[in-house]
Design a protein around this ligand. Structure first.
Ligand SMILES: [Ca+2]
Length: 156
């Protein structure tokens, strides 16, 4: 009985997130939300976790392939209101010993797309830099002028 109940609960959860909730955009196996309020990296990641009620699996975006980077660039460029903004990713090196890693997945960077001359050790959090065509820059995590892009992976 307990097993059956457990299975039912799991199926319900999987079903609930087989598609993206309102306010999220679907690409590949993930859902993305472009948040219209600028804030620092810590607040941004916390804001992401609050987007899907009663869950904690949504975080700032992890960009793991050229394809994912391209999709984000295309999405921003095709929405006038999203252009000319710098965006937070979940990329961080707050734990220096680990190097750069994604707070969304816990994985170290495989793919990267730093702007020329970056990272230049000017901060421990990675953002998409509008002026450099959304290539990446390392900046202070306390910089309050970047917009969050949140992501969670769909259960398929
Ligand atoms: Ca930098």
């Amino acid at each position: 009985m307990a097993l059956l109940l457990c299975f039912t609960v799991l199926s319900t959860l999987a079903f609930a997130y087989a598609r993206c909730p309102d306010g999220f955009e679907h690409n590949g196996k993930s859902c993305y939300a472009f948040v219209a309020t600028k804030m620092n990296w810590f607040d941004a990641d916390q804001f992401c976790t609050s987007l899907v009620p009663n869950t904690y699996f949504t975080h700032l975006v992890a960009i793991e392939s050229p394809r994912e980077q391209q999709w984000l660039e295309n999405y921003i460029n095709s929405h006038t209101e999203l252009r000319n903004r710098d965006y937070w990713t979940s990329g961080t090196m707050i734990d220096r010993k680990r190097g750069w890693w994604w707070a969304l997945t816990g994985d170290t960077f495989g793919y990267d797309n730093w702007a020329p001359g970056q990272p230049d050790d000017s901060g421990k959090c990675a953002c998409l830099w509008a002026r450099k065509l959304y290539r990446w820059d390392d900046v202070s995590c306390y910089d309050g002028y970047k917009y969050p892009i949140c992501e969670f992976e769909l259960i398929m």
